[in-house]
Design a protein around this ligand. Structure first.
Ligand code: SF4
Ligand code: SF4
Length: 434
């Protein structure tokens, strides 16, 4: 049922000054995945900014139609990169979503699904328990059954999910140059522990002590994307306390977490933790960003793979990190092959592929078809959500390529493990095209 929200409610979360920054030029439209797929102005950045302004000015009730257009936004921030006027779209959509969750009653199925995401994914033990049936089926070789299980697409191949239970300090080999902390997050640690292990190998081999604070949970991004301010700020507080110790950098292998960690000052604003949160945020570095500044040695046996690099939105658009991962891939001896729309969202977008599966699937297959035409042997991506999404979409379009983090590829080059990519492609869960 359509339900009006008072303009007062949304005004508290969306500053009018930010809305007025948009001059309605429309230059962001070709960068917006939902506009490209759906072709509606209301599903474009300009349309959504107009809609939010109508809500703030009280000229439109927050009903089902308005909520759909806001829900369909991926939060990919492709529009921010494209906008010549410097519109802070992220603040607008995040504020609108907080107001929406405070004032609008969703249908029970939507509430249930959203609750499920927030009750499972931020908690590594719950997520791991949920995936046990899939793992068992995988071990028993029940491929067909496996593909029918819900969430089966999330489980990466065996080789990339060796359990990894790190101590709280892993010392550098040789002379220590840096002292860094590893942010493990929630989903990445359960589904991609191999990426963390690869990162720690490269770091310690190159003079870094790595601290792994034991008490660390979700960064809060999943809650923030759903407009759940209470859960998001609780996560922010917990992470800030765990990472308060001074280090040279706090390293992140998941672009979505990194982007959110950098916004901690905003989320802790006005609380006793604000200053510490800003300090923590200022130390956050994507793993690829940090490694590319280390003057790493060239591997003795370069890999020679043809690699398609997908720009994860929360790395390229939200953090402005584009060159660094590609620099690491070149160092590993990869040949980077270009493809169309390399920085268009793949449809993963946090929990978007669970909450909006139809459009997410379309975007995933659009990405996979573009990659297929590049002739790549391996796909590189620095975000676990994109990795799951692209891997599944590649299978569906009949091109089951391995999808690896750039740090895994670099580590494979140092270890002379040229087989890693083909092993992953052949692993049971990559399956046959459906
Ligand atoms: S968000 Fe930026 S690019 Fe898009 S219509 Fe507004 S001013 Fe133009
Ligand atoms: S964040 Fe992404 S999906 Fe949302 S309006 Fe901007 S470009 Fe479109």
């Amino acid at each position: 049922m359509a339900q009006a929200v008072g303009s007062q409610g949304i005004q508290a979360h969306v500053p009018m000054a930010r809305l007025l920054e948009c001059v309605h030029c429309g230059l962001c439209l070709p960068a917006c995945p939902t506009y490209l797929e759906l072709g509606h102005e209301a599903d474009s950045p300009r349309g959504r900014i107009h809609l939010i302004r109508e809500l703030v000015e009280g000229r439109m009730p927050l009903g089902r139609d308005a909520v759909r257009h806001l829900d369909l936004c991926l939060g990919c921030l492709g529009c921010e990169t494209a906008c010549p006027s410097g519109v802070h779209y992220r603040e607008l959509i995040e504020g609108a979503r907080v107001a929406l969750e405070e004032s609008y009653r969703r249908r029970w199925r939507e509430r249930l699904l959203r609750r499920f995401v927030l009750e499972v994914f931020p908690y590594p033990h719950r997520l791991a328990a949920l995936l046990w049936p899939v793992r068992i089926a995988d071990r028993l070789g029940l491929g067909e059954l496996l593909r029918k299980l819900p969430l089966a697409e999330m489980v990466p191949p065996r080789e990339s999910r060796q359990q990894w239970d790190p101590p709280t300090l892993i010392s550098a080999r040789g002379t220590r140059r840096y002292r860094v902390a590893l942010f493990r997050g929630c989903v990445a640690r359960v589904l991609f522990p191999g990426v963390e292990a690869a990162l720690v190998r490269v770091l310690t081999d190159n003079g870094c002590d790595v601290l792994v604070p034991g008490e660390q949970g979700c960064c809060g991004a999943l809650a923030a994307h759903q407009g759940d301010r209470v859960r998001a700020t609780a996560s922010v507080g917990a992470v800030v306390r765990s990472f308060a110790e001074p280090v040279d950098a706090i390293l992140v292998t998941a672009a979505g977490c990194g982007a959110f960690l950098r916004s901690y000052g905003h989320w802790a604003k006005g609380t006793e933790l604000e200053e510490t949160a800003r300090r923590v945020a200022s130390r956050v570095r994507d793993a690829t960003e940090f490694l590319s500044g280390l003057d790493l040695p060239r591997p003795s046996r370069p890999l020679g793979w043809r690699v398609a690099y997908h720009h994860a939105c929360h790395l390229a658009h939200a953090q402005g990190i584009r060159e660094e991962p590609m620099r690491l891939l070149r160092l590993a001896g990869a040949e980077l092959v270009p493809f169309e729309e390399a920085d268009l969202c793949c449809g993963s977008a946090g929990s978007y592929n669970i909450l909006e599966p139809k459009l997410a699937r379309r975007l995933g297959e659009r990405k996979a078809r573009n990659i297929r035409t590049s002739g790549a042997e391996v796909v590189a991506v620095a975000n676990p959500g994109c990795s799951i999404q692209i891997r599944a979409a590649l299978r569906r379009v009949g091109t089951p390529l391995p999808v690896l983090h750039p740090v895994e590829i670099l580590d494979a080059a140092y270890r002379g493990n040229a087989q890693l990519g083909s092993e992953l492609a052949a692993a049971p869960l990559s399956g046959q095209p459906t």
